[in-house]
Design a protein around this ligand. Structure first.
Ligand code: BJW
Ligand code: ZN
Length: 255
């Protein structure tokens, strides 16, 4: 069922009832939840100096091997955007939902750390975090990002240091993926928020949840490949829909 949600609108009663009953929620977020904080989504056209680059060509190990300086500078630019950004009402609503629901798993594909800055705890980061850098040779060195070094060498083995994020063709952190799959298989309601649902294995999680019997809710202004599978597709920006949904749920007696 598609529903165009706005702050003043009512949500489907079946959804409010389900939220009133549910104890276990799993939420998967993507770049769209941070769009209202001013962080460009991954598939948006980039701006300024980076307008002529496609992120899909930069977020790869091959790109980094070919031109570490270029990839490093792209991440330094994005790091600046993230550092200047603030969590928005969508991030804060999810932090509040963690308090309201006894079982609440927040899984994100985002590398911006905005969920934690909004107060969410135990965020499962599937694609890493842009604030950290690691040794590209895998020797285990982890450091905080230094925007002035471009790019620095590993103090232990002299390989390039790289952002601690997951590029195309690389495995996701095993513990994070395992915990995300467990939460998806074990929840009563699964939310897919602000993601194009194109990138695997994250895009499998809603299907895992659906097959295990969970209700599937999508929050996105646009259709995605997941929309046809969703029980409820709430069409609107996450920063508007989530606080309104939280309020409607609380009004109906939850929390
Ligand atoms: C709003 C909004 C608002 C706007 N409110 N919404 C199965 C089938 C086909 C291919 C594959 C497969 N399995 C694996 C693959 C290959 C590949 C893949 O999925 N390719 C596809 C593109 C086809 N996957 C991988 O390579 C993964 N690795 C892997 O599978 O390894 C296997 C392996 C095992 C063992 C050894 C070796 C290998 C890795 C994927 C890593 C993805 N990394 C990136 C970069 C992270 C670092 C960085 O940020 O730079 O992650 S790519 C990029 O896409 C980033 C994102 O997290 C990810 C998802 O994007 P997201 O979040 O959905 O953003 P957008 O921009 O796509 O969408 C935004 C959405 O928001 C839109 O829908 C808007 O409408 C909406 N929106 N405003 C709510 N206000
Ligand atoms: Zn090293």
């Amino acid at each position: 069922m598609t529903h165009c949600a706005g702050a003043a609108e009512r949500f489907p009663q079946a959804l409010i009832d389900a939220l009133g009953r549910a104890r276990k929620l799993a939420v998967l977020t993507g770049a769209g939840i941070s769009a209202e904080s001013g962080v460009p989504t991954f598939r948006d056209a980039q701006t300024g100096l980076w307008a002529r680059y496609d992120p899909q060509d930069l977020a790869t190990p091959e790109a980094f091997r070919r031109d570490p300086k270029l990839v490093w500078e792209w991440y330094a630019w994005r790091r600046t955007l993230v550092a200047a950004a603030r969590p928005n009402p969508g991030h804060f609503a999810l932090a509040q939902m963690q308090v309201s629901f006894p079982g609440f798993a927040l899984i994100t594909q985002n590398v911006d750390g905005l969920h934690a800055r909004a107060g969410s705890r135990d965020v499962v980061e599937l694609h890493g975090n842009i604030a950290r850098i690691v040794c590209s040779a895998g020797c285990g060195v982890v450091e905080a990002f230094d925007p002035d070094a471009a790019p620095p060498r590993c103090p232990k083995c002299a390989a390039w240091l790289r952002p601690d994020v997951v590029w195309f063709g690389e495995p996701l952190p095993a513990a994070a993926l395992e915990s995300a799959r467990r939460a998806a298989a074990d929840c009563e309601i699964f939310f897919s928020i602000g993601t194009s649902a194109l990138v695997y294995p994250a895009a499998d999680l809603p299907r895992v949840a659906r097959e295990a019997g969970a209700l599937l809710v999508e929050i996105n202004p646009d259709q995605t490949p997941l929309s046809a599978l969703a029980d409820f597709a709430l069409r609107g920006p996450a920063g508007v829909v989530l606080p309104a949904l939280l309020e409607a749920t609380e009004r109906a007696g939850k929390a």
